[in-house]
Ligand binder design. Structure first.
Ligand code: GDD
Ligand code: MN
Length: 372
């Protein structure tokens, strides 16, 4: 793509292409990646934006060392935040280039395919160009083991059930699109987990036109993958949130998971207390209070992390939470009792009561305890 063809979009003299690189604990990969991009992007107006979450290994310093010497290297350091998708969103929003490309910072993506991705978008061939490991010429050799292959394949299979477009590699984190396309969708993005491409495709008002470009996926040489059980859970939650059109918000999913942990805490504490010779009813009451405290602290640190209560408002929040949950429990028992009396089955009556209590607790928590 000749540099002039993009000139009208970027700021005068500014970069026409921003390469957004989310990175966490990638200290050894920063300088090699910049070197690779320099040779691939030579002759173009480009920049690379590293978005680092204050990595403890010194990635921030490595980015600063590059940025201090090279105008085309920029960095964003987020403090107290984590997340691949939100890192990409903030990187893109900080760019003024016409085209943005997203790639990993661990050298696993084959940077030599960047030009093909950028050109596919610049030529108007498609709205999003996706680096795919599963079209002819692509390769997935870099996945660490059979377990990672199985995970990746099932993730792809699952994502394809929900996608409005046909893609062999919707899990890819290597893609390019016009910044304005991204920005138009940005307010609807969920931003959860690792799958920002999937998030984009599921959040667009009209299906985006996509083109896949074959690409390789190399083994990681330095550093470690950050994919863990929480990231997998976030993937499931993203699909649920997007396919229910926001009806089942991510926060509600988190609230239910925390609720299950509370049930576990209730049982555990109740048994412990009983071991000390306390009567069942008293033990159950103590277990219930323990569950509320556990739920409150998990919700405060996880479900409502962005609205976290601290200090004195945390104490008031806990008291209010206990009150709300007690009302929820009364409603649970009341509704279950009414339904049972109207000859519903035991399980149906009990489930209806529990669902009512969860929805009530969630609604109250979101509006009066952790309000915006
Ligand atoms: N800022 C930031 N914050 N960056 C992160 C975080 C985070 O919390 N978690 C991961 N990253 C960065 C990593 O440092 C790396 O540069 C990139 O995101 C990918 O993370 P990996 O931990 O290496 O993920 P992976 O190899 O399992 O999977 C990646 O490759 C897949 C195949 O293309 C992901 O990018 C997937 O999205 C992608 O599909
Ligand atoms: Mn990786």
């Amino acid at each position: 793509m000749p540099a002039q063809s993009l000139a009208e979009g970027g700021a005068a003299g500014g970069p026409e292409i921003s390469i957004i690189v989310p990175c966490y604990n990638e200290v050894a990969n920063v300088a090699p990646l910049v070197g690779m991009l320099e040779s691939i992007m030579a002759g173009r107006r480009w920049e690379v934006i590293f978005v680092d979450d204050n990595s403890p290994d010194g990635t921030t310093g490595a980015v600063c060392a590059q940025a201090a010497r090279k105008a085309y290297v920029r960095g964003i350091c987020r403090i107290g935040r984590r997340g691949l998708s939100t890192a990409v969103i903030e990187g893109v929003l900080s760019s003024s280039a016409q085209i943005v490309a997203v790639m990993d910072g661990d050298l696993q993506h084959d940077e030599s395919r960047l030009i093909a991705l950028i050109d596919a978008v610049a030529s108007g061939d498609c709205e999003v160009a996706v680096g795919s490991r599963h079209v002819e010429g692509g390769s997935n050799a870099g996945l660490a083991n059979a377990w990672r292959h199985a995970l990746s394949d099932s993730g792809i299979w699952l994502a394809q059930r929900f996608l409005p477009v046909s893609l062999t590699d919707p899990m890819s984190g290597f893609f390019a699109l016009r910044r304005e396309t991204f920005v138009a969708i940005a307010p609807r993005l969920s931003g959860t987990g690792f799958k920002i491409l999937l998030d984009l495709l599921l959040s667009a008002e009209k299906p985006l036109s996509v083109r896949e470009i074959d690409c390789g996926f190399r083994p990681r040489v330095a550093g470690e993958s950050k994919l863990d059980a929480l990231v997998m859970l976030q993937f499931a939650a993203l699909l649920l949130e997007k396919t229910s059109r926001g009806l089942v918000p991510l926060r509600f999913v988190a609230f239910c998971i925390v609720g299950l942990a509370g049930v576990g805490a209730n049982l555990g504490v109740m048994h412990l207390v009983r071991l000390c010779g306390v009567h069942f009813s008293t033990a159950q009451a103590i277990g219930t209070v323990a569950a509320m405290v556990v739920n409150f602290s998990l919700d405060n640190n996880f479900t409502y992390r962005d609205r976290r209560l601290r200090g004195q408002s945390c104490v008031w929040g806990l008291l209010l939470f206990m009150l709300v949950c007690s009302v929820g429990a009364l409603a649970d028992v009341g509704v279950a009792h009414l339904m049972y009396a109207q000859s519903y089955r035991v399980n149906e009556a009990s489930l209806a009561g529990a669902v009512l209590a969860v929805v009530w607790n969630y609604a109250m928590s979101s509006t009066i305890i952790w309000r915006t």
